[in-house]
Design a protein around this ligand. Structure first.
Ligand SMILES: [Zn+2]
Length: 447
């Protein structure tokens, strides 16, 4: 049976190690799904597993691109699919070890990628006005003009939502409601169909346990040669061997290798160092600031990775038409318990999956699994927005004498239980009763 295993989770949680352990135990090969580790060399800044820790397990899609090359997600999907085929051909288990969310999702699901960069921009988006300075009323009026559907969905005082919809409009050059409709149509047509039967291991560590580990890792990266790598890379840029992507500095650092955490954060330090104009003391100060920036960026990245799993991947898995993709959370919070909590459990479940045996209930594996994998308030933004309806209460009136409008189902449900609404009903009934007592009153009607 053609199956794959995938390991996801935040940075610094031990994905590479588990990948090697599963391959050792079950006969497998690793495929890298981290957008930084596709680059040649630069082992420290890209967090590559040292050769001697790979224990002879073959690693695919690693270490093959030059710094100036960009690797598109579609390219990854094709290359990864070829690797999977060839590993199956060797009668082994492909183990995808992924740090880059959209790589993983594009691999696991058919046509699941229609987000952000993939939504075509209009050829000439309007320049974005300075929205932050405008009062909420003005923002709302603007939204009513450019995207009345979204304006209707948001409460006129919900500044955050209104602002977001306007930003989407100016950035993409199309109304947000159009984009959502496209995504919905796409989803209806293609569904989120799994491309392969797959078992996912989500390595999870509570931020309280993870964050100090991430900080330590930054410190250790600096000790083991991060600066050498950054210096060499900068030198190659200066000598014209490597070109930065075109655009402003901010944009350049959002593409390809240049996004690697550490390179841009230490830019002020190296710029000062290269200018050779500061005292050692001042340089050290900048260095400390940059180190802090790198730590913050690392923690933020880890947080985003978990958000993606919870808000995008889990709903996709749970809403899928078939249950070809199973997800197991392994508690990697306490490294001293790695072998029992992570390695052994993963191998046991992966073996059962490979043999087609009965799999354990994912929420039974640990307390963390129970908390994180229980389907409470599963909120798929897309369906929530599309299913949005404003309700006009037929009974209640505002101070101005208009019928009251409730923005969305939740508000409507709450309103129906509210004292205001109940009071309005009472008033209405009392009036009806009085009418009945009058001669020639109309017959009573049901509520
Ligand atoms: Zn009402």
């Amino acid at each position: 049976m053609k199956k794959i295993a995938t390991i996801i989770g935040t940075t610094g949680v031990g994905k590479s190690q588990l990948g090697v352990e599963i391959c050792k135990a079950l006969g497998g090969q690793v495929i890298n799904a981290d957008a930084m580790q596709v680059y040649k060399g630069l082992d420290i800044i890209t967090n590559k597993m040292p050769m001697h820790e790979r224990l002879g397990i073959q690693h695919h899609l690693m270490d093959f691109l030059e710094p100036e090359q960009e690797y598109k997600v579609t390219q990854f999907k094709d290359d990864c699919s070829n690797c999977i085929e060839s590993i199956w051909h060797d009668n082994q288990l492909p183990v995808v070890v992924g740090g880059t969310n959209y790589y993983v999702q594009s691999l696991l699901y058919q046509n699941s990628l229609i987000k952000g960069e993939d939504v075509a921009r209009s050829p000439s988006p309007e320049p974005m006005p300075d929205l932050d300075v405008l009062p909420t009323d003005d923002l709302y009026q603007r939204l009513q003009q450019v995207d009345p559907i979204m304006a209707n969905k948001w409460h006129p005082s919900n500044r955050r939502k209104i602002l977001r919809s306007l930003q989407v409009y100016y950035q993409m050059g199309r109304p947000q409601s159009d984009i959502i409709k496209d995504q919905h149509t796409h989803h209806e047509r293609f569904g989120s169909q799994a491309r392969f039967p797959s078992i996912i291991f989500w390595l999870y560590a509570d931020p309280l346990q993870l964050n100090p580990r991430l900080d330590d890792r930054v410190t250790s990266m600096i000790k083991t040669g991060l600066f050498e790598e950054i210096k060499q890379l900068r030198q190659r840029v200066v000598e014209g061997q490597v070109n930065l992507p075109p655009g402003q500095v901010d944009e350049q650092y959002q593409r390809g290798l240049w996004q690697a955490i550490g390179y841009k954060e230490f830019d002020p330090y190296f710029t000062a160092l290269e200018a050779n104009a500061l005292s050692m003391e001042d340089l050290d100060k900048i260095k400390d600031e940059c180190t802090e920036k790198m730590k913050t960026a690392t923690r933020r990245y880890a947080k985003r990775q978990v958000q993606w799993i919870r808000n995008k991947l889990l709903p996709t898995i749970w809403n899928a038409k078939q249950d070809d993709v199973k997800i197991y959370l392994l508690d990697a919070g306490d490294l001293s318990l790695w072998n029992t909590n992570v390695r052994d459990k993963a191998i046991e479940v992966a073996r059962a999956f490979q043999n087609g045996d009965t799999l354990p209930d994912p929420t039974s594996l640990s307390e963390a699994a129970k908390t994180m994998l229980t389907q409470t308030e599963l909120q798929d933004t897309q369906s929530r927005i599309l299913g949005w309806q404003n309700h006009t209460c037929p009974i209640c009136k505002t101070d101005k004498g208009d019928q009251l409008i409730l923005y969305g189902d939740i508000e409507w449900e709450q309103h129906k239980k509210s004292r205001w609404h109940r009071k309005s009903i009472k008033t209405l009934k009392r009036k009806a009763a009085m009418d009945m007592n009058r001669p020639n009153a109309p017959p009573p009607t049901d509520d």
